[in-house]
Design a protein around this ligand. Structure first.
Ligand SMILES: Cc1cc2nc3c(=O)[nH]c(=O)nc-3n(C[C@H](O)[C@H](O)[C@H](O)COP(=O)(O)O)c2cc1C
Length: 396
């Protein structure tokens, strides 16, 4: 097996190691997966401008996000059901984030209780809350976060509607169903995953309990079907009044919603299309970013995820106004391989690639990155689209 040197290598390895229905659950997006594809395609289609003859001997990747000084602007996004991919995955990801000087966001649907994850990586864990139909559950979760000493709360903003993930439906993989015979047969051929699954800790939902014990996957499926589709910005305002720490809303994809979030008093705007897993046929986050950044200005920090697979992608997001970026699937590819070590390798790879990309653009810190860091900005891109022969010639 050749050495794994990039996110794509870890992705291929995860594909080999996981039963295909589990891999599809990780990898898949909604409907035709158009948004999933445009997340990476739009980043790839927007090159950076190389600059030469600059002293780039001292690169500083540190940045401040929501009151946290991070050594690298790559955080790990909230993901539920991570225990499906590796036992205690949340703890492994949180420890990897802590070692890299960054942050792991604990999902509202995590299998590991928030307090256990915070205890494993104190100071490096933020908490996600969902606006569940039963407001007492929201209050309990806010209390949990406060008791654990978490100071940043991320509200799940784009989950009031359930998405149709067709890979999962084809595979018979829903939280309420038992896996199909074909699925079980395929799983048996992945002995390491099966042994983790059989002999590792039972997969439950850490913080959500029923009858005094954590919910099982099936129970969680039913609980999620009763999800709250009536949430509004009033609910965000109400949480703002109750939560003394920093507040972020995740899933913002329009300048209008960014403005409403700011009016509701948030500290962070988290641009995300859920990695293409929720609403298909919407733009990539990269293309949504500039207009949102213009609206937000310096009123809030801007976080963005979806489709980041290279360090240069982080420079591109930064060029269009992001404060910092988050990764979802790539961190899981790493954890599937070797828990904390694998997740740490992914953070290292992206951080190293980021440093190199920065240096090629002539920048030595994230503060140096701006719209001019992108090649082919506004007017040139339009000219290129119009097929200017001069420009086409110069691009060869
Ligand atoms: C397996 C999986 C589970 C996820 N669970 C959640 C979740 O519980 N809450 C949430 O807000 N987003 C969830 N997401 C979306 C991520 O937070 C993030 O927005 C997305 O993965 C970023 O795209 P990327 O995977 O291309 O990096 C999940 C994503 C994956 C892959």
């Amino acid at each position: 097996m050749p050495k794994r040197i990039n996110v794509s290598d870890y992705r291929k390895a995860a594909r080999k190691r996981l039963p295909h229905i589990v891999y599809d659950f990780l990898e898949g997006g909604a409907l035709d997966e158009q948004t999933l594809a445009s997340n990476t395609a739009d980043l790839a289609g927007s090159p950076l401008q190389q600059r030469i003859m600059r002293d780039v001997s001292g690169i500083d990747l540190s940045t401040s996000v929501l009151g946290h000084r991070l050594r690298t602007p790559v955080l790990i996004a909230p993901m539920g059901l991570l225990s499906l991919f590796h036992p205690q995955a949340d703890v492994h990801l949180a420890r990897a984030a802590q070692a890299a000087g960054t942050v792991f966001v604990h999902s509202a649907w995590s299998g590991t209780p928030l307090k256990d994850v915070v205890a494993a990586a104190p100071g490096s864990v933020w908490c996600q809350a969902a606006l569940w139909a039963d407001p007492r559950l929201v209050d309990q979760h806010l209390e949990r976060a406060a008791d654990a000493g978490v100071d940043v709360l991320v509200i799940a903003g784009d989950v009031s509607v359930s998405s149709k993930r067709e890979r999962d439906l084809h595979n018979g993989f829903t939280m309420r169903a038992r896996p199909s015979v074909r699925g079980v047969f395929n799983a048996v051929r992945k002995p390491r995953w099966v042994s983790n699954f059989l002999f590792g800790p039972k997969i439950t939902f850490g913080d959500q309990s029923t009858e005094g014990r954590p919910m099982t996957i099936q129970e969680m499926g039913e609980f999620m079907e009763a999800d709250n589709d009536r949430v509004t910005w009033d609910d965000v305002r109400s949480i703002r009044e109750r939560w003394p720490g920093k507040l972020v809303v995740k899933g913002i994809m329009s300048p209008a919603d960014a403005q409403l979030a700011i009016d509701a008093g948030v500290d962070g705007i988290y641009i995300s299309n859920h990695g293409g897993r929720q609403f298909d046929a919407q733009p990539s986050t990269f293309s949504a970013l500039p207009a949102i950044a213009e609206t937000v200005g310096d009123q809030a920090d801007i976080l963005v995820d979806s489709g980041i697979r290279r360090g240069s992608d982080i420079v591109k997001m930064r060029a269009l106004g992001a404060t910092a970026c988050l990764i979802g699937r790539p961190a899981v590819y790493g954890a599937v391989q070797s828990g904390q070590r694998g997740a740490a390798a992914i953070l290292d790879i992206l951080t190293e690639e980021l440093a190199t990309a920065l240096a090629f653009t002539g920048a030595t810190s994230l503060a140096d990155v701006g719209p001019g860091t992108l090649a082919l900005n506004g007017t040139l891109t339009t000219a290129a689209r119009a097929g200017s022969p001069r420009l086409m010639g110069s691009r060869r």
